[in-house]
Design a protein around this ligand. Structure first.
Ligand SMILES: Nc1ncnc2c1ncn2[C@@H]1O[C@H](COP(=O)(O)OP(=O)(O)OP(=O)(O)O)[C@@H](O)[C@H]1O
Length: 232
């Protein structure tokens, strides 16, 4: 589903990522971790073509993104859902309209759109909140609206950048369980997170970055071994 082949990304005279190689199979679930500035967001941006690599090649779904023209980017993005830390919801639109946004961009209307929006809201447990404005929701609920919006197009790949950054441990665990549920129905999931304690509870693959390089790949050792390699 995702393959990085000797990928480097340089901003000015600084390497955000250098010579990065890794692969994620369809249906996998992985965390991306590392210190602030390690390159996590940059990696996600390359997968979404918000940024392009300075060197190397990124493949998404067998597609070499270097060969994708700017005109083809929207069709790539329809197949990739993204969840951000700060939700990025439109505060003057209700929950339904926020979740409907990607569908409107894809040309959906009317009943078809309503059915899909409600299916997404149902999956995140917010069917009864569709008329509310985001400000009327709790932080955890707002993040679930962000997740519903990310999955409403039924993407094969779900990316998240610090999706639990503003949430307490209980709500964070709920949000992670939602990602787990989407993964169980076949969605490939890649989550950038600092929350090592939460990541440990998930027993999933962890890609650890430090200074733009991959320094860990695999499940985190249990706390008792004392290794904090990927903690950043
Ligand atoms: N648009 C940009 N212009 C210049 N430098 C950038 C840009 N985006 C990122 N960088 C630099 O690239 C490096 C990697 O940044 P990135 O945001 O990918 O790290 P991160 O691991 O996501 O950090 P954080 O956890 O703080 O979000 C950092 O040194 C950052 O300052």
């Amino acid at each position: 589903m995702i393959r990085f082949d000797r990928v480097s990304k340089r901003y000015g005279n600084q390497d955000a990522l250098s010579e990065l190689n890794f692969e994620m199979q369809t249906g996998e679930f992985a965390f991306l971790t590392g210190h602030s500035g390690a390159g996590k967001s940059t990696l996600l941006k390359l997968v979404m073509l918000i940024e392009r690599p300075t060197r190397g090649q990124v493949f998404v779904n067998q597609l070499n993104l270097n060969r994708l023209s700017d005109r083809q980017i929207p069709s790539l993005r329809r197949n990739v859902g993204v969840v951000f830390q700060n939700h990025q919801l439109l505060n003057d639109r209700n929950v339904f309209d926020n979740v409907a946004l990607p569908l409107q961009i894809s040309g959906y209307q009317g009943k078809d759109m309503g059915r899909r929006v409600r299916a997404a809201l149902d999956k995140v447990g917010l069917l009864d909140k569709e008329k509310q404005l985001p400000v009327a929701l709790s932080g955890g609920e707002q993040q679930r609206v962000g997740i519903a919006r990310a999955v409403v197009n039924k993407p094969a790949l779900l990316l998240a950048d610090e999706p639990t950054g503003n949430l307490d441990p209980e709500l964070s665990a709920e949000v992670m369980n939602l990602f787990d549920q989407f993964n169980q129905v076949g969605v490939t999931v890649l989550i950038a997170s600092h929350d090592i304690a939460l990541i440990r509870t998930m027993n999933r693959r962890v890609l650890g970055l430090a200074d733009g390089k991959l320094v860990h790949d695999g499940e985190l050792p249990s706390r008792s071994t004392g290794s904090r390699n990927a903690d950043g």
